[in-house]
Design a protein around this ligand. Structure first.
Ligand code: PGA
Length: 248
């Protein structure tokens, strides 16, 4: 089975300032970051250039969204070409806040994924069910529907990380238990096996997001199909270093 490098993403969301980025750069530079973890932080686009200049080189900077075409009359949007131009290779797409606060659909997200990949970016593609969907037994159906739309647009899976983020666990302090996370991650890997290939199922990182902290990351990281994390609130704090080092 191919080795899946442990992957820890940060998602600063709409948080930060130059001075807080200096603080994050300091704790990341001072921390002993596990060289076996791939680290990518999602930064507000306006600060990406600054973050790239300040963060240690082993911490990559990602955009938190992008549009589906290279340029044009799309006020306030940014394109993969712009992300690459300022020196980043990553974008987060389909985050639940984009889906649920800004109304992005499965189809739009799939088009964005297709364009980002065609421009050479790596993509953290997010999926996850709402609380009412989980409570009505629809978790697998929802997560498979979201993943299928994305999967149909992917030709190079080495550039994709799937983030499973149950919406009820995001920013709520209510983490999925390691068993709940493992159950969905295992289903997603099976989905990739059945709909793409064994090779892609074995090599694609499936990371968990939703109230990950220094206190719960180690137990989650022990699960066979949990290949890392997407971390919101805690990625702004020094405990992010502990999460990066969860496998140690
Ligand atoms: P949280 O956010 O860690 O603050 O719950 C996770 C995310 O939205 O990616």
């Amino acid at each position: 089975m191919p080795e899946r490098k442990f992957f820890v993403g940060g998602n600063w969301k709409m948080n930060g300032s130059k001075s807080s980025i200096d603080g994050i750069a300091k704790f990341l530079s001072d921390g002993n970051l596990d060289p076996n973890t791939e680290i990518v932080v999602g930064c507000p686009s306006i600060y990406m250039d600054y973050a790239i200049s300040k963060l240690p080189k082993n911490v990559k900077v990602s955009a938190q969204n992008c549009y589906k075409v290279p340029s044009g009359a799309f006020t306030a949007e940014i394109s993969p070409a712009m992300i690459k131009d300022i020196g980043s290779d990553w974008v987060i797409l389909g985050h639940s806040e984009r889906r649920n606060v800004f109304g992005e659909t499965d189809d739009l997200i799939a088009e964005k994924v297709a364009h980002a990949l065609s421009e050479g970016l790596n993509v953290i593609a997010c999926v996850g069910e709402l609380l009412e969907e989980r409570e009505s037994g629809k978790t697998q159906e929802v997560v498979f529907r979201q993943t299928k739309k994305i999967a149909d647009k992917v030709s190079d899976w080495s550039k994709v990380v799937i983030a499973y983020e149950p919406v009820w666990a995001i920013g709520t302090g209510k983490t999925a238990s390691p068993e709940q996370a493992q159950e969905v991650h295992e289903q997603l890997r099976k989905f990739l096996k059945e709909n793409v290939s064994d090779e892609v199922a074995n090599s694609t990182r499936i990371i968990y997001g939703g109230s990950v902290t220094a206190a719960n990351c180690k137990e989650l990281a022990k699960k066979a199909d949990v290949d890392g994390f997407l971390v919101g609130g805690a990625s702004l704090k020094p405990e992010f270093v502990n999460i990066i080092n969860a496998k140690q």
